[in-house]
Design a protein around this ligand. Sequence first.
Ligand code: ACO
Length: 710
Amino acid sequence: MKNSHEDPIKSLFEPKNIAIVGASNVKGKIGYTILNNIVSGGYRGNIYPVNPKGGTIMGYSVYQNIADINETIDLVTVAVPAKFVLDTVENCAKKKAKHIQIITSGFSEIGNIEEEKKIVAIAKSNGMRILGPNIFGLYSAAASMNATFSASKIKSGHVAILTQSGALGVAMIGKTAVDNIGLSAIVSTGNKCDIDENDLLRYLVPQKETRVILMYIEGVKNGSKLIDTLKWATEKKPVIVIKSGRSKRGAMAAASHTGSLAGSDEIFDAIMKQCGVIRAKCLNEAFNWCEFFAFCPTPKGRNTVIVTNGGGVGVLATDTAEEFDIDLYDDQTVLKQAFEDSVPAFGSTKNPIDITGGANSDHYKMALNAPVNCKHIDATIALYCETSTFDSENLVPMIKDTFENHKKAGKPISYAIVGGEDVEKAMIILKKENVPVYNEVNDAVSSLGVSFQYQRYLKEKSDLVEEAEIDIERINSIIDLALKDQRPFLLSNESADIMSAAGITMPKSKIAKNINQAIQYANEIGYPVVMKVVSRDILHKSDAGGVALDLINQNEVLDAYEAIIQNSMDYNPQATIDGIEVSEMVEKGVELIVGARMDRAFGPIVMCGMGGIYVEVIKDVVFRGLPINSHEAMKMLKEIRSFPLLLGVRGEKKKDIDGVIDTIMRVGSIIKKCNKITDIEINPVVVYEQNKGLRALDVRILIKNPQEAT
Ligand code: ACO
């Protein structure tokens, strides 16, 4: 990911000239507003309005055709009705334009896919890149360029926004203005017919002015590429994402547990976490966090103190701190020494440090400056509840002063000031001065919390490339047999063969074609044994009464054989019975599920979690996009609520965690290397004590529809 990310679209953000096709003299038209915003925004390059009527607009000579412009164009903004767009793009190609942003609506978003495809084809064959269509435009502080039809004034700053929703993007511009958040860029991505988040991040991530990137995403088209780009991006800058569609309606219908457990939002969420992206639930949260990342130093260590004038808000902050995994420092000797001068006798130097309701601005200054000089404290949460004893005229200077001191010391401080009119006025002044202050305790704590979360991600991330070795040729030949048979799934013996080719241990087993063979195999394997029907027509063997467990002698094997055949025929009289599988009855252990599937948006993903028959009810599973390494697989296990079971509870010994990690890696390798498999699910994987390994007990593998796969 080195050279491929060097800003190939710099001239989209920093064009030396702009042509506006559809520029208009008529106030209120989009072609007028965009030209007006470009001019009034202070863009310094050449501006070329294009309109067949010619003449002048806002003092600029109008070109009747883009072909008449005597310069190659870096950025063409198109604001003509949809029926003229294709022609315009063709003219741009003749002019060898570099980028075209198509404001116009009326393409794939309303089903006009063909026209959009034609536009992309022309652009591709002429080396042009297209932003949009169906967008409000692009603002880039680096070029003082407001080529949007949104607000005429956008404050420049350090937050870059990429938004798939135009309307929400315009609303965000409004909100950033009210909250005094400056932007380095805002880009409307619209239908993403060509340029997408991947391209835009390539410019924004290395760009000096951009300190934090906020993305609003509705849908992901090329997820594998996005994973790659986001991992690269978050190494350098924090990325915050808001995605709509958290509800279950977006969940995919699928034939396996892995599929039904993997609602699209769960996968999105897991993959964002894996890439170090911070996910916000709403705009408020996102902007709070953006402000904090833009203006506060990053924490160097984990020790945090809460300083408050009220016990209640202190407790609220403590609750949210726990939620965000913030370490509240509690070395009493250090805290007492640091805060004893600023805390009255009836206050508390225990974290939260309570400087009590009588505190004035001097007390606050003293208490908030204490962490600056204390080498054991890395971050501070400062809480202020409005009181009549506080000299409110000094609230702003006190916060500005203490914020500066913390900044100079390279330590983050997050303020929550709660109260009435005076507090709200102070908030407005402080935000103008780029001091991140909040009027909700939760906002102040969560902002520091995500800053810690990001630092933890950077510290723990591992770029180690690992690939489990599997016999892919053997796997493909097993699948080819099933495809020949026109089956979209594998029989249990075929799945077992795939496990063996991938180096995953299954119980000893053989397929008996008759009752004598069943007895012979049971004697060879050793009692107790398990017997299962093998039939392409019976996928859910237990439902069909096709499974018998814990058979301890020859007679039981004989009875079970007859019962399984009878039950299976009753369940599906048309079923072809390929045999009865006789397997070793495995001992009890911790039951996990390990799975993998081809996700429509993100490509190959793996899953692991608590297994067994209640897997969908318990829903203790985690996902990752591939590739992963064993470090990431371990992180997956640690995220499972039931992880302590693997560590051993109630005197039990630690389980074979390395074996589980190895299995996750091998299952991941199968789905990644064999593109004919759509779903793999091992449930349960029975895990034994450390070094005693595990057994993949039941394996289901689905393959592509035979018509698609060949
Ligand atoms: N080359 C140059 N100029 C042309 C051409 C051409 N081939 N054809 C027409 N024009 C001129 C017109 O003469 C007109 O100029 P005039 O005012 O001097 O007569 C100008 O281009 C605009 O053409 P109109 O026919 O007046 O079109 P109008 O401005 O009404 O609409 C627009 C064009 C805005 C692109 C419209 O078709 C459209 O798509 N609107 C939706 C845009 C949108 O919402 N995008 C998504 C944003 S995201 C969000 O939701 C906020």
